[in-house]
Design a protein around this ligand. Sequence first.
Ligand SMILES: *Cc1c(COP(=O)(O)O)cnc(C)c1O
Length: 375
Amino acid sequence: MIYLDNAATTKLKKSALEAMLPLFTENYANPSAVYLAAGKARRVVEGARDTFAKGLNCRREEIFFTSGGTESDNWALFGAAEAMSRKGRHIITQQTEHHAVLNVCKALGKKGFEVTYLGVNSDGLLDPEDVKRALRPDTILVSVMYANNETGVLQKIDEIGEICKKNRTLFHTDAVQAFGHTEIDLEKSHIDLLSASAHKIGGPKGIGLLYKNLDTELPPYIFGGGQEMGLRSGTENVPGIAGFAAAFENRGDAKAVSELRKYMTDRLFKEISGCVLNGREEGRIPGTLNVSVEGVAGESVLMRLSSLGICASTGSACTSRSGEPSHVLKAMGFDDRRCNSSLRFSLNEENTKAEIDETIEALKDIVNDFRGMIN
Ligand SMILES: *Cc1c(COP(=O)(O)O)cnc(C)c1O
């Protein structure tokens, strides 16, 4: 199998698996218990918290473990809306967000909040000036993703953070695609809330984190025994947390991944006519490449690739099943033809040049076949 769908999920890293295994079979104590083994489990959780705090330039008390990116997004948005509803009920986000943000905004819309969905340009970029213009006295939250899951384009997070800070408006970013793939400095970027997930960086599924700035008030989202400083109850997923931290500590060489992506892009453009890049070339995460191939249906190409054991995607895993054209590419102003001929290849440090070569050769054949059928 050639796996080029790392934006959907990743293979568990060996270091993550090794960190997890003993926590299932040997050191499986509940961190809240009083005996020696519980102390060990507690130290695993707190050690992981330190790892993330150091890697993100924040304090350990600002890291909360959750069940993943979706929960972190839900907690951040529902929580901020509830905490700030005395100040106002206006929220700003963008049209190209992941559905874990978009559908929460939709639900908040039904609860009496007003949501502004900002557009992006054909590069996939949100203009920070648009954020500034959309701010109102009753704006309580701005939520803009760090990097897009379909195109890999990084937003101008520092500038948006600066604008929010000046306006004293909370700033949340869904950083699931950027986290572990690009340097994130929470202090420098003036981020109040940040969502991240383990399974996009070689960690296990079902574990993620929410960073919450000490100055940011957020009510609990899950109530119970008071774990995670009383804000996120439930027995800690100790193996998951350990695997997440190990994956983060052993993150791959971003430069090598970026070079492999560039190599793939160059070959695609040189050897297959009618390719266009979706999302600007500069300022993107290392591994994600989204390209439209004129005159072919993305879905059909994927099926043929799949029959050869090559895994890619047309967009996010969540929309590709619905058959709807990607809301991200639509927001970039592309017509249905360009949206429906899109392919997303997301690489990581596990991929090799030989795999890319094999994929390009397969693509050339497939595209020629489909074009031949039309002509
Ligand atoms: C994958 C993803 C999520 C969801 O994360 P889970 O851990 O799978 O719940 C949210 N946002 C973005 C941008 C993603 O890519």
